[in-house]
Design a protein around this ligand. Structure first.
Ligand code: SAH
Length: 462
C-alpha cells in the first residue's frame, strides 16, 4: 500500500503491542500502530511515520469506542507517560498483560504455546487498581512565566505536565508538593535546567509506608544545600501527618539518573518503616523498595510457596534489595544469603534482619554476576534453592551460568520484564532446568508493566 504521512485512515484496532499501543490492519495487511487506541476501537488515525509494511499513526478520533474502553480517572492519562492503558477496562488490562507474558515466553523463550497455556496460573490482579503506589518522584521545572511547576514527564520526553494529583499515588503527595513549591517560590529558589546545568531543584521523592503511615521526603538538588532548609523542614513536619524523614540528596551530574550518591538528613529519622506480612522493614532513600505493597505481599507469598522450603534448605536470594524476600525465606530455611549491588540497601537488609530477630540471613554487597561466581569458585558455596529478582535487564550471563553449575533443586525467578525473563528461562531450560509454573502479578495497574513469578526444577534432582 502507498501510505503517506498525514493521510487519515479509518482502522479497527484488533490487538495491542507490548507498550500498550493499538494495532490495526489496512488492506493487504498493512499494519498501523496507534498509540492511545484500545482493542475493539474503530478510530481515525493520522499517519505520522510510514515504513514499508507498517506505519505509526496518531489517534485523531474514536469513531466507535470499544466495549472495553472506560473513562479515564485522570485527565492527563493521554499525555502522561505513566498510565499507558488507563482507557482499557481493568479486566482487559489483566488479560492484555497475561497475553503479553505468554507471547514473550513463546516468541523469545521458545516454549510451545500449549505448554505455556498449561503453565500459567490464574493472574493476580488488584481489587483497587488506583492509589496503590507508595513512592513517587516528581521532576521540578519552570513554566513559560517563570513559575515553578511539578508533575510528570510527557511520554518519552522531558516536558513536564503540571499535575500534583496522580491517580496512582498517595493522597498526601499533593500537600507535600504544595508546601515545597510554595516555599521555593517564596525563597526564590530556582529549578534545575537540564540544558544549562544551572538552578537547584531537580526532583522530589516521596515515599510512604502504607501500613505504618510514615512519610519520607527527599529533595534532590543540584548542590549540597537548600537556603533555609530548616524552615522548610518545620513546615513539612508541622503540616503533614506521619512526616518521619526529610533529607536532601545531591545530584550535580548532567544525567537522567534521578538520585545522586550523597544523602544528608535534615530532620527526623534517616529511614521510614513499613511492614509486609509479619515483618517490619527499614527503608532508606537510596534503597529499592517494591512500590505496590498490596501486590508485593502476594508476590512474596508466591515466591515462598514456589521455593518449597522445609527448614533444611540453603537459599541464595540474588538482587535482594533491603532483604525483603530473603527474610521471608529465612523464616522457613536453614540459611539465606542475599546479594545486592547498592551498599545502602545491604545496610538496610542487615538492620532488617536484626530488627526482625532473624539470625540465619547473611548479606553481601556486589554484583550478583561477580559475587556468585567468586563464592562458587573459591568457597564452593551450595544452594538448594536460588531466588532471583533482577531489574528489567534480567540476569547477567555469568550469573545464569553459575546458577546452572551450582545445580540448586529449584530456581524461583521473580521478573519485572517478561522479555528478559523469557530470554533467561530459555537459557536455564537449555542447561538442566525445567519450567514448571508461572503466574503474573499486576503490581502496576493502568501501566503496561507486569511482574511474573516462575518456578524451575532441576531435571536431575527432581
Ligand atoms: N528483591 C528485592 C529487590 C528487587 S529490585 C525486593 O523485592 O525488594 C532489583 C534489585 O537489584 C535492586 O535493589 C537493585 O539495586 C539490584 N541490582 C541491580 N543490578 C544488580 C546486580 N548486577 N547485582 C546485584 N543486584 C543488583
Amino acid at each position: 500500500m502507498n501510505v503517506l504521512k498525514n493521510q487519515i485512515y479509518t482502522v479497527t484496532i484488533t490487538d495491542m503491542g507490548s507498550d500498550g499501543e493499538g494495532i490495526g490492519h489496512l488492506e493487504d495487511g498493512y499494519t498501523l500502530f496507534v498509540k492511545d487506541a484500545v482493542i475493539g476501537d474503530v478510530v481515525k488515525a493520522r499517519i505520522v511515520k510510514a515504513k514499508k509494511g507498517y506505519a505509526f499513526a496518531r489517534l485523531e478520533e474514536i469513531t466507535e469506542p470499544s466495549a472495553d474502553r472506560v473513562k479515564t480517572v485522570c485527565s492527563f492519562a493521554r499525555q502522561c507517560g505513566g498510565c499507558q492503558i488507563q482507557a482499557l477496562s481493568y479486566e482487559k488490562q489483566i488479560e492484555f498483560k497475561n497475553r503479553k507474558v505468554k507471547n514473550n515466553l513463546i516468541r523469545i523463550g521458545g516454549f510451545e504455546p500449549d505448554f505455556v497455556e498449561r503453565l500459567m496460573e490464574e493472574p493476580a490482579g488488584m481489587e483497587e487498581p488506583f492509589h496503590y503506589r507508595n513512592k513517587a518522584q516528581f521532576p521540578i521545572g519552570t513554566d513559560k512565566s517563570g513559575r515553578l511547576i511539578t508533575g510528570f514527564y510527557a511520554g518519552r520526553t522531558h516536558t513536564i505536565i503540571e499535575n500534583r494529583d496522580c491517580a496512582l499515588g498517595a493522597a498526601e503527595n499533593r500537600k507535600i508538593l504544595d508546601i515545597i513549591l510554595d516555599f521555593c517560590e517564596e525563597k526564590k529558589i530556582p529549578a534545575y535546567e537540564e540544558t544549562t546545568g544551572e538552578g537547584l531543584l531537580r526532583h522530589v521523592l516521596i515515599r510512604k509506608g502504607f501500613s505504618t503511615g510514615q512519610i519520607m521526603v527527599c529533595l534532590i538538588v543540584n548542590g549540597a544545600s537548600l537556603p533555609e532548609e530548616g524552615v522548610l523542614a518545620d513546615r513539612l513536619f508541622e503540616r503533614i501527618a506521619g512526616m518521619t524523614s526529610f533529607s536532601l540528596n545531591s545530584n550535580t551530574e548532567n544525567t537522567n539518573v534521578i538520585m545522586g550518591k550523597k544523602t544528608r538528613l535534615i530532620r527526623g529519622q534517616e529511614r521510614i518503616e513499613d511492614t509486609i506480612g509479619d515483618l517490619t522493614f527499614s527503608i532508606s532513600p537510596l534503597s529499592f523498595y517494591q512500590v505496590n505493597p498490596v501486590q508485593t505481599e502476594k508476590i512474596y507469598a508466591q515466591a515462598l510457596s514456589y521455593a518449597g522450603l522445609t527448614g533444611e534448605e540453603t537459599v541464595w536470594d540474588l538482587y535482594c534489595g533491603i532483604g525483603t524476600i530473603s527474610l521471608f525465606l529465612a523464616k522457613k530455611a536453614k540459611a539465606v544469603y542475599g546479594v545486592e549491588i547498592v551498599p545502602q540497601a545491604i545496610e538496610d537488609a542487615k538492620r532488617n534482619a536484626e530488627r526482625n530477630q532473624i539470625s540465619n540471613a547473611r548479606f553481601y554487597v556486589g554484583k550478583a554476576e561477580e559475587v556468585l561466581p567468586e563464592k562458587y569458585e573459591k568457597e564452593g558455596i551450595y544452594a538448594d534453592v536460588i531466588v532471583v529478582d533482577p531489574p528489567r535487564k534480567g540476569c547477567d550471563g555469568a550469573c545464569l551460568s553459575t546458577m546452572a553449575r551450582m545445580k540448586p533443586k529449584r530456581i524461583v525467578y521473580v521478573s519485572c520484564d517478561s522479555a528478559t525473563l523469557a530470554r533467561d528461562l530459555k537459557y536455564l531450560c537449555g542447561n538442566g532446568y525445567e519450567l514448571v509454573k508461572g503466574r503474573i502479578f499486576d503490581n502496576f495497574p493502568q501501566s503496561v508493566h507486569v511482574e511474573t513469578v516462575c518456578l524451575l526444577n532441576n531435571r536431575k534432582t527432581d
